[in-house]
Design a protein around this ligand. Sequence first.
Ligand code: FAD
Length: 479
Amino acid sequence: MVSKDYDEILIGSGSGKKVIEESLRRDPGKRVAVIEKDEQGGICLNRGCRPTKMLLSTADTVRVVEGASNFGIDASITGKDFPAVMERMRRNQEAARSEIQDNFFDRPNVDYYHGLVRFQGPRSIRVEGDVELAGERFFLCAGSEPMIPPIMGLEETPYLTSRGALNLKEMPESLAIIGGGYIAAEMGYFFSAIGTDVTIFGRNNQFIPGEEPEVSHVVQTRLGSHLDLNLGYEVIRAVELESGLIEVIAENGGSREEKVRQVERVIVATGRLPVNERMSPEKAGVELDERGWIKVDEQLRTTQDHIWAMGDCIGGYLFKHVADYEAEIVAQNAVYRNDKKPNYQAVPHAVFTEPEVSAVGLSEDEAVKRYGAEDVFIGFARFEDTVKGQAIGARGCFVKVIATGDGQILGAHIVGPHSSILIHELALAMAWNVNVDDLAAAIFVHPSLSKVVKKACDRVVLLKEYREELEDCLPGFKF
Ligand SMILES: Cc1cc2nc3c(=O)[nH]c(=O)nc-3n(C[C@H](O)[C@H](O)[C@H](O)COP(=O)(O)OP(=O)(O)OC[C@H]3O[C@@H](n4cnc5c(N)ncnc54)[C@H](O)[C@@H]3O)c2cc1C
């Protein structure tokens, strides 16, 4: 039995490392333990943002080459080396892991333990195996895990989650993705671009349902031209056939029509769930909310004064940049004794699919609920109405800015190339209360893609007017 005392204990080796780094910067003599049940470095590094974006760059490259003839270039893809693509991703992960090892875990007063943690009491934990640790302060950064829906027969099939998908050594010839959210959109983009025959079954009638319907429509049309996209279909059964293929049966929520696909692989991408109960938080007096996320106050302190929590495990925005932001807040409050409160008014996010989607702030529906339809104005501009948009051949892509009558930016939604860069102009404007008129009056480089943002701010119109105009310029879309 190992039994040791620490000043600080971090559970989960993802974003919470920031707190420990700050703590050691302030007091290099602190004794610290970090406990991780899985690979060091958390989800982002091992099976989330980083590896998926490495793969999606390959998908982007495929699409660029495929579209080269539009630019007068005669190019074709003569081969796609799946193992090499995956190897590129893994090399990148290895490099990042070894950097973390050198700069964090190898520090003399950081002890690392591998295993699942359970609280024994408010200041004591047990790590799987035979390790008991006591700590003065705890930082919980336990992440989340994939939700597996109760689909008949699924558990008896060798289905994959995003983790298994990233471990594939050979390209599947055919693949069904269960789910229509952002992970499904990114996985579908990658696998269809690399050459897999992809089917997506999304239960919701809208693809990536968190986005504006007109934004989803663009992705649905574009990505849907490369894969078999079925929306409004719930997978009700899965069975492994003697051939080794997996048969997936989905039913339409309205018509009850069934669709059957036989595929080599199945990826489940139906959302994320908390993992907090496995820490036995009740033994430490740490309360969870009704959905299982850790309850925190405005300083990100749990229901115990000496225990802080951040990242996915507190629910809210399940993004790496939010987890990092919250880790900064916890560091400020726990290490430097400040009184910082997180401000979630302008949290941007992106979906790296085809085309790229980004958003910040309120949706149109939320804005109408909060301000009333008469006080919601929309600025809108198409990429193809700018010189740069035309130069790069971006068709059917746009920026939508939602503002109040006096110009306050409430939200923004972009679908198109480099939207994850462009969105920051609007996120910063929101964070610093820069209004649409200020943005419209600013000088933007000509002919940059940013001019789409400026153009959207140049002319804001009433919601009704926007809706009429949009239906005219987005073929096939109806509000
Ligand atoms: C496929 C995929 C793609 C994604 N892409 C993006 C993206 O592009 N951009 C973005 O912002 N976000 C993305 N995310 C989300 C992002 O990965 C998470 O929001 C982020 O990693 C959360 O960080 P965290 O530090 O809160 O938790 P994590 O990084 O999940 O770290 C938590 C760690 O705690 C460990 N742990 C949990 N419980 C215990 C316990 N009891 N004992 C010991 N250890 C424990 C876990 O093993 C895990 O390693 C993606 C996620 C997935 C799955």
